[in-house]
Design a protein around this ligand. Structure first.
Ligand code: HEC
Length: 160
């Protein structure tokens, strides 16, 4: 290899280093400027650039959370029509007032009529059936049969 060839090769590899460095600086520069203009462009899945929106969703999830068959916010039992009841029956009084009552279908309807007449409860429309059905299913009257007959009792004969 002549001296000239060697020199040429050196220039060539020096030139390569310059080109590679230039390209690297260019890429880093472009990324840097992009980041400065909009940092969220660099957030990946898992990051929460829009944390407000996401936390609201989480609150909504908790808001109507059901655990062990109980709607945590109100205490109502989970069941068909739950949300209709929650939306119509917890506006004026707590759910507890509903839950502590156990009634037959007729009595639940009577209670609703009474609230409509005297407490400004609105016309429930087709929801009434859903609500009454939920209430009778989940809060039916407690069995109110007589206690079992007593056995093995010594009766005192009444004296005349
Ligand atoms: C417009 C307001 C309002 C809404 C809505 C409402 N109630 Fe009431 N409710 C009342 C008032 C007022 C009382 C009486 C509260 C008291 O006695 O302290 C009451 C009392 C009750 C009672 C107790 C009745 C008694 O005899 O003690 C039950 C049970 C009841 N509501 C169930 C419901 C159900 C079920 C719904 C959903 C369909 C509902 N309420 C929706 C106003 C309302």
């Amino acid at each position: 290899m002549s001296k000239q060839d060697k020199f040429r090769q050196q220039v060539k590899s020096f030139y390569n280093v310059i080109v590679v460095s230039f390209v690297l600086v260019l890429i880093i520069g472009v990324l840097g400027i992009t980041y400065m203009m909009d940092p969220s462009a660099f957030s990946f899945k898992g990051d929460t650039p829009n944390s407000e929106v996401i936390s609201t969703t989480r609150e909504d999830d908790d808001w109507d959370k059901i655990e062990n068959g109980i709607h945590l916010r109100t205490g109502f039992k989970d069941g068909e029509g739950l949300m209709t009841v929650v939306n119509n029956c917890t506006n004026c009084h707590s759910a507890q007032l509903v839950i502590q009552n156990r009634m037959s279908e007729e009595r639940w309807i009577e209670t609703i009529r009474w609230m409509q007449k005297t407490q400004n409860l609105w016309d429930l429309g087709p929801n009434e059936k859903i609500i009454v059905n939920y209430l009778v299913t989940n809060y039916p009257p407690k069995s109110k049969g007589r206690r079992e007959a007593l056995t093995n009792i010594e009766w005192f004969p009444l004296e005349e």
